[in-house]
Design a protein around this ligand. Structure first.
Ligand code: GLN
Length: 276
C-alpha cells in the first residue's frame, strides 16, 4: 500500500493527458472519499487496501485514455455538480462563456429561454440557477441524454427547467422565446483531433456535423427566428475557426446586431444575433 504522496507522484506517468496532476488528484480524492485539499493536508496517509485497489483501477483506465468525468461519473460546470455518462458531451469550461454572455445580454428577471441539444443539461441548469425567475426549456435528441439531464435537474432542485426529448425543434410546440442558446455539434468529420484524447469517448452525434461542421448551426439559425420574440437573441457556440462562417449564416438567416465573442484562450468561440 502506498501513501497519498506516493500515489500523487504517479501523475508523472500519465502521458497523453494535459492535466495529469489534476486528473490524479481528482481520482485519488474520489477513492479516499475526500476533497482535493485533504490530499495535501495528509500526504503521509496510507491508503486502505480497498482504496488502493479502486485507485489502481481508475488510474489504469485513465492511462488508457478514458476521460476523468467518465471515471468519476461527474463533472462540475458553472460550479454545479453534474452527472455525466457516455451518452453526452462532457461539459467544457469554455462553454461557460455562453452562460456568461446570455446573462449579460438578458438582464430580465423573467424570461423564457430554450437550450437546444442540452446534453447533461449544463447550460440550461446554469442559466436556471442564476435566474430563478426564468423558464428554461432544455431540448435533447438522445433519450439517454435527456434522462440524464432530467436527473441532473432533479438533483439540483431546479423546477424552472423542463427537459424535452426533441431533435432540435421537431417536438417543440410553436411558441416564442426571448433567448435561444446552443452548443451544437460543430466538428468536421475529417478533423484529426477526433482520434485523440477524451473526445474519442464522447458520442460522435454530439461532436460532428456535416458541411464542415456547420450543418446543425445552419439548421438552428434558419429555424430559430420562428421561435424568437422580436428583439430575442440567438447565441451559438462554435469552433475556433468558424466565427466568420457563423456570422454569415446568421446574416443570411436575417439576424441583426451580429457579433462574436472570445473565450479565455482568445478564440472567437461564440456568435450571437438578434431577431430584429
Ligand atoms: N469544443 C469541443 C471540442 O472541441 C466540441 C464541442 C462541440 O462540438 N459542441 O472538443
Amino acid at each position: 500500500m502506498a501513501t497519498i504522496k506516493q500515489n500523487l507522484a504517479r501523475s508523472a506517468g500519465l502521458e497523453g493527458s494535459d492535466s495529469a496532476r489534476l486528473d490524479t488528484e481528482l481520482l485519488l480524492a474520489h477513492c479516499v472519499g475526500r476533497d482535493r485539499t485533504w490530499l495535501y493536508t495528509w500526504p503521509e496517509y496510507e491508503l486502505a487496501q480497498a482504496e488502493q485497489r479502486a485507485f489502481d483501477t481508475l488510474f489504469e483506465r485513465r492511462e488508457n485514455g478514458e476521460p476523468v468525468a467518465h471515471l468519476l461519473g461527474e463533472r462540475e460546470f458553472w460550479s454545479l455538480p453534474l452527472k455525466v455518462d457516455a451518452s453526452t458531451l462532457i461539459p467544457r469550461p469554455e462553454t461557460e462563456l455562453l452562460v456568461e454572455t446570455a446573462l449579460e445580454f438578458c438582464p430580465a428577471e423573467k424570461l423564457r429561454a430554450l437550450d437546444l441539444g442540452t446534453g447533461t443539461g449544463a447550460i440550461a441548469l446554469a442559466l436556471a440557477s442564476e435566474r430563478p425567475g426564468w423558464q428554461v426549456l432544455a431540448a435533447e435528441k438522445s433519450a439517454q441524454a435527456a434522462a440524464l439531464a432530467e436527473e441532473n435537474r432533479r438533483a439540483l432542485g431546479l423546477d424552472n427547467v423542463q427537459v424535452l426529448q426533441s431533435d432540435w425543434f421537431a417536438q417543440i410546440a410553436p411558441q416564442e422565446f426571448e433567448l435561444i442558446v446552443s452548443n451544437p455539434p460543430y466538428i468536421d468529420a475529417e478533423d484529426p483531433h477526433l482520434d485523440e484524447g477524451d473526445v474519442r469517448f464522447e458520442p460522435r452525434s454530439a461532436l460532428v456535423a456535416d458541411r464542415g461542421g456547420l450543418a446543425d448551426i445552419e439548421r438552428i439559425a434558419r429555424k430559430s427566428r420562428r421561435y424568437l420574440k422580436t428583439g430575442g437573441w440567438l447565441m451559438l457556440e462554435h469552433g475556433w475557426q468558424q466565427a466568420e462562417a457563423v456570422r454569415g449564416i446568421l446574416a443570411a438567416a436575417g439576424f441583426k446586431r451580429i457579433e462574436s465573442r472570445r473565450d479565455l484562450s482568445g478564440w472567437e468561440r461564440l456568435t450571437l444575433g438578434r431577431h430584429k
